[in-house]
Write a protein of this length. Structure first.
Length: 263
């Protein structure tokens, strides 16, 4: 039998689906899987206008595979550099997702632990099932959260709540994530992908400016108010030069639905 891909890519119309495909390992991340993910993102950007990220099997992503090139406790010594895999693989992946040229939705079910939690929470929109579990397990093995978790948690739920999760190595479910503003919707498991794809289709039919909106929302986490005023001004200039802007105005004046193309 041919070897199953570590990451599945499916493109239907303007929507790309990227799925982690190591269900036997709860989609734990190894180097090969991250490389495959990067290649899938490149292809999705070329062919689609929106991306949905999910995982096959019982979990979204259980974090780094400690036997797959990441720090392995059996081999740890004083010279061990547990940050090296972040520099070479995980951080570039997280930076790549932040800089993606198309909006993306994460659809989280089951466990999303460690770096898997970071991936699940990094979506432009985040859907979670009722049984989803975001797990901050780093402290349990003597490490610190990584993959951008500090940035996302502290700036979203506040320092005190984030510290409780990270210092105690805790977990929170989909409903808690919804209450804290970390996810957009909590849905029954059997509805997860249908809801995610419905949202993706709505975004895919939108104007080219949607890609700029997702980019600016990330910028707003880091820039001060004056800087964002400048960024918004430049983005409005560029958006006003698109065919979609002209189509949107014409549709408004003609009292008809717009037909956006992403150009």
């Amino acid at each position: 039998m041919p070897e199953q891909p570590l990451v599945e890519l499916e493109i239907a119309g303007k929507v790309a689906q990227v799925r982690f495909n190591r269900p036997q390992a709860l989609n734990a991340l190894n180097f090969a899987m991250i490389d495959a993910m990067a290649a899938a993102l490149d292809e999705a950007e070329r062919q689609a206008r929106v991306l949905v990220l999910s995982g096959n099997g019982r979990a979204f992503c259980s974090g780094a595979d400690l036997s797959g090139g990441f720090a392995c406790p059996a081999e740890c010594d004083e010279e061990q550099d547990c940050g090296a895999p972040l520099e070479t693989h995980l951080n570039p992946l997280m930076a790549r997702l932040r800089a993606l040229h198309i909006p993306w939705i994460s659809a989280v079910h089951g466990a999303a632990a460690g770096g898997g939690a970071a991936l699940g929470l990094a979506g432009d929109m985040v859907l979670a099932t009722e049984d989803a579990q975001f797990v901050m397990a780093f402290a349990r093995i003597g490490l610190v959260p990584d993959s951008g978790i500090f940035h996302m948690l502290v700036r979203t739920i506040g320092r005190v709540r984030a510290n409780e999760m990270m210092l105690l190595g805790g977990r929170f479910g989909g409903e808690q994530a919804l209450e804290w503003g970390l996810v957009n919707r909590v849905v029954p498991g059997e509805r997860l992908m249908a809801e995610a794809l419905e949202l993706a289709q709505r975004i895919a039919e939108g104007p080219a400016s949607l890609a700029t909106i997702r980019k600016l929302s990330w910028s707003a986490l880091d820039e001060d108010f004056a800087a964002m005023l400048r960024v918004e001004r430049e983005a409005q200039r560029d958006s006003g030069r698109t065919q979609d802007f002209r189509e949107g105005v014409c549709a408004f004046l003609e009292k008809r639905p717009p037909r956006f193309t992403g150009a």
